[in-house]
Ligand binder design. Structure first.
Ligand SMILES: [Zn+2]
Length: 174
């Protein structure tokens, strides 16, 4: 048998990295592609383990893609409650009962832009900004999952690649 047992190089940062997607879908999906225990297996079970891991990561990537490919509008920014005084003499706010309003703050080209959110639009604006955050989390998850998948594909390549021409081919040539 020419297919030699392949030893992995020390785990890369991507392999060791534990990605906590607790914010993503409100689930805690700990993706751990540490392969230290795989090293001791035979090449065949190594590769089947890697295939299983790739299949799991692909499923998670598809979940992220469903969010990314959604059609609803997104709004960048954070809604905050602001308490203000209006400056009118004798107003309730001068006695500590301040006016409450809501603002949307978002970074646009490196600058923080703030605008008022009318009370009747508060729920909609909140929902749109949450959708935006979900989109960004899904995007970040997609990037990380892809890096992990590529890492595993590289490992599979090492395992599946034989070192020289198999015996039966050489016999035919000779
Ligand atoms: Zn006032």
């Amino acid at each position: 048998m020419l297919r030699k047992r392949v030893c992995f190089r020390g785990g890369s940062a991507a392999e060791r990295r534990k990605v906590d997607f607790s914010l993503f879908f409100g689930l805690t999906l700990i993706c751990d592609t540490a392969i230290s225990h795989i090293r001791t297996m035979s090449p065949l079970s190594q590769s089947s383990r890697i295939r299983q891991r790739i299949a799991r990561l692909v499923q998670q990537r598809e979940s992220a893609e469903r969010v990314i490919l959604g059609r609803q509008e997104l709004l960048k920014g954070t809604v905050t409650e602001v308490q203000r005084t209006c400056g009118k003499p004798g107003c309730k706010c001068t006695k500590g009962d301040k006016h409450v309003c809501y603002q949307l703050s978002a970074s646009v080209e490196g600058r923080t832009r703030t605008r008022n959110v009318p009370r009747k639009e508060l729920e909609t604006v909140r929902r749109l900004t949450e959708d935006y955050r979900r989109f960004r989390q899904a995007r970040a998850a997609w990037v990380q999952l892809n890096a992990q998948i590529i890492e595993l594909i590289n490992q599979l390549e090492i395992i599946r690649t034989i070192k020289s021409i198999p015996d039966e081919h050489r016999r035919k040539e000779g």
